[in-house]
Design a protein around this ligand. Structure first.
Ligand SMILES: O=P(O)(O)OC[C@H]1O[C@H](OP(=O)(O)OP(=O)(O)O)[C@H](O)[C@@H]1O
Ligand SMILES: Nc1ncnc2[nH]cnc12
Length: 186
């Protein structure tokens, strides 16, 4: 359990829930989009979320060399968590954005398909990597990211999300992994 304890974690989860915006039919019909931007705009809540993610990772995994964040919303959390932990950052980018050499994996997500890439030369063999993203939905992005990082020689110690959309069962694609989400929504 993080230094804030169970009660603190639950209070923070409620705060996150209050600050999330749910947008029906975005970006396509039938999707209930969970928008984290109001949370990021709240200075105190943003700082608390970053501190919580970092402390929970320290408690659960010990030393972390690199934090991997998925484009684009994952970057917004992974970068401050990395500096808080004294770790480096690995941006996991949609394809065509990083100058090569790159490693690439394609995957399906709740509303489409994508490919993600990393620069393998930024990852030392055996590096202990924490994966951070805002939302775990189908798990496609997260599973592709784990695959990508491991192909590059990383040791993925765990994955941490702000919000998990439980009905989409993203955890099933991450079987056997250490997965944490601050807030679970249906
Ligand atoms: O579990 P999944 O079904 O894979 O979905 C989760 C992913 O979807 C969103 O990113 P998106 O690809 O929409 O990109 P964005 O961050 O650029 O908005 C979200 O930030 C996660 O990365
Ligand atoms: N419903 C959703 N809301 C926000 N981000 C998402 N990524 C995948 N599904 C999502």
């Amino acid at each position: 359990m993080s230094a804030v304890g169970t009660a603190g974690r639950e209070a923070l989860a409620r705060r996150v829930d209050d600050l999330l915006r749910t947008v029906p039919d975005f970006p396509s019909p039938g999707i209930q989009f969970r928008d984290i931007m109001p949370l990021l705009a709240d200075a105190a809540a943003f700082a608390e979320v970053v501190a919580h993610l970092a402390q929970a990772a320290r408690d659960e995994h010990g030393g972390i060399d690199l934090v991997a964040g998925m484009e684009a919303r994952g970057f917004l959390l992974a970068a401050p968590v990395a500096t808080t932990l004294g770790a480096g950052l690995v941006p996991v980018r949609k394809s065509g954005k990083l100058p090569g050499p790159v490693e690439q994996v394609s995957y399906a997500l709740e509303y489409g398909e994508a490919s993600v890439e990393v620069q393998p030369f930024t990852i030392r063999p055996g590096a202990r990597v924490l994966v951070i993203d805002d939302v775990l939905a189908t798990g496609g992005t997260a599973a592709a990211t784990v695959d990508l990082l491991e192909r590059c020689g990383a040791q993925v110690v765990g994955l941490s999300f702000l919000v998990e959309l439980s009905a989409l069962d993203g955890r099933s694609l991450l079987d056997g992994r250490s997965v944490d989400a601050l807030l679970a929504l249906g």
